[in-house]
Design a binder for this molecule. Structure first.
Ligand SMILES: Cc1cc2nc3c(=O)[nH]c(=O)nc-3n(C[C@H](O)[C@H](O)[C@H](O)COP(=O)(O)OP(=O)(O)OC[C@H]3O[C@@H](n4cnc5c(N)ncnc54)[C@H](O)[C@@H]3O)c2cc1C
Length: 401
């Protein structure tokens, strides 16, 4: 998109489509509802967005809805946030992680087999983390052994978001024996209905069970469902992970900006509109939300102009996570004791739904998922600021006698 007229035209189109199509009562109907209802609602919203061509603006030219410039994508994400439309959480891994990985690494046959299925509503999950391999994915232990034309998998994954609804899984497994830890990893596409797969949802502090453990007992994956070569899994996984940050944060930071309007209303409702301390804190929060929106915008500009540096996306994510914690905490404080009751949660909302107790607990997701705050700080320090790399191993200093 080259000029402001084009941008304004697209914005007007998207806005008018959203005005006609966002289900007005989606928050009320999904709040407190069970997961089956949430899945139906997400499927309905997803198919509408696919039909309009707004679900896949980041896909390349040639695929439905794809071929949009970054500037056009930004307009779409901003308008979706402004309209307070449901977030496509159920399809997030399919649309971003799976699609971006397949587009970069998949064979023609794999793209043909899987990308159309995603557009039809196939749900994917990501099976990377294990009980002892989260920040350090090189420690993955789930094993895959090549027997004839199939890999046979045994082991366990954890924290797989919405795996209980998934049709397919992006799976990182260990195939090598003697290679250095990163070199022995392989990347597979798993059919979640394969024999030997069992899924156990994990109860969370919010009362939800959004993610699951996955267990593998002699599960078979055909060799044609391997992405990249055997032993190349680490490099393929990096593509998957880099699709997670960045653009989606433009939508999320904008959502937080539009949600700021909740605070004055809440202060009035609680008779605390003139409270000077809360006013000062709200002023500070507005400045911080503006700053994080500006960071996300600057990040996008750098991407558009090809100047993105390693670590830029981490800067946005780290600041978003911190601001979201402050945002939800202020909501909790203004809301008082009443806001600390745990109401039914709103699946498919962002983490600033106005259901403060749940929002506050959920805000910590962002400090962990997709790389914890500490890991983002390491990336910023080493790659953006050029500080020395952290030691490869760290041990308690030995006491001198
Ligand atoms: C909401 C949510 C959704 C998720 N969804 C998925 C999913 O769909 N699929 C999936 O595979 N995983 C998923 N995860 C898992 C997530 O990727 C991991 O939790 C995350 O990478 C952290 O790993 P860990 O939990 O093993 O913690 P650890 O790696 O054990 O870290 C524990 C603590 O030590 C710190 N630490 C570790 N190493 C260092 C270091 N080198 N320097 C400084 N500090 C360090 C960490 O920052 C953290 O505070 C999800 C997590 C959350 C919270």
């Amino acid at each position: 998109m080259n000029n402001t007229d084009d941008s304004d035209r697209l914005r007007a189109q998207v806005r008018s489509w959203l005005e006609r199509n966002v289900p007005r009562d989606w928050r009320q109907t999904v709040t407190g509802a069970d997961q089956d209802f949430f899945v139906r609602q997400q499927r309905d919203w997803f198919s509408r967005l696919v039909e309009a061509g707004y679900a896949t603006p980041h896909w390349p030219e040639g695929w439905p809805g794809g071929g949009r410039s970054l500037a056009e994508q930004k307009v779409i994400y901003e308008e979706v946030a402004r309209a307070d439309a449901p977030r496509l959480i159920l399809f997030f891994v399919a649309l971003y992680h799976s699609a971006c990985t397949l587009i970069e690494w998949g064979t023609a046959a794999q793209k043909e087999k899987y990308l159309p299925g995603i557009l039809k509503g196939q749900v994917w999950c990501q099976g990377f983390s294990e009980p002892n391999a989260g920040s350090d994915l090189a420690a993955v232990r789930t094993r895959a052994e090549l027997r004839g034309d199939r890999y046979v998998i045994n082991g366990q994954k954890t924290w797989s978001t919405l795996a209980q609804h998934a049709d397919r899984c992006l799976l990182l497994v260990r195939t090598g024996k003697s290679e250095p830890p990163q070199g022995g990893l392989t990347y597979l596409l798993l059919d979640m209905r394969s024999k030997g797969v069992s899924v156990r949802p994990i109860a969370q502090i919010t009362g939800d069970d959004e993610f699951s453990e996955i267990f593998f007992d002699d599960v078979e994956v055909p060799v044609e469902d391997r992405v990249g070569e055997e032993g190349q899994g680490w490099a393929v996984a990096q593509s998957t992970l880099s699709s997670e940050r960045g653009l989606t944060l433009v939508e999320l930071t904008q959502r937080m900006r539009y949600s700021l309007a909740r605070f004055p209303t809440l202060m009035r409702e609680r008779g605390r509109f003139d409270d000077p301390i809360l006013r000062r804190e709200l002023g500070g929060l507005i400045a911080r939300v503006d700053a994080v929106c500006a960071l996300a915008d600057r990040y996008l500009l750098k991407r558009i102009s090809g100047e993105e540096a390693a670590g830029d996306a981490s800067l946005v994510k780290l600041n978003y996570a911190r601001t979201l914690r402050e945002f939800t905490l202020l909501g909790l404080r203004i809301g008082g004791l009443e806001s600390q009751y745990r109401e039914g949660f709103t699946r498919g909302g962002s983490q600033e739904t106005g259901n403060w107790a749940v929002d506050f607990m959920n805000s910590y997701n962002w400090s962990i998922a997709g790389g914890s705050d500490e890991i983002q700080r390491n990336i910023i320090a080493e790659r953006l600021l050029g500080m020395p790399r952290e030691p490869r191993t760290w041990q308690l200093p030995v006491e001198r006698s």
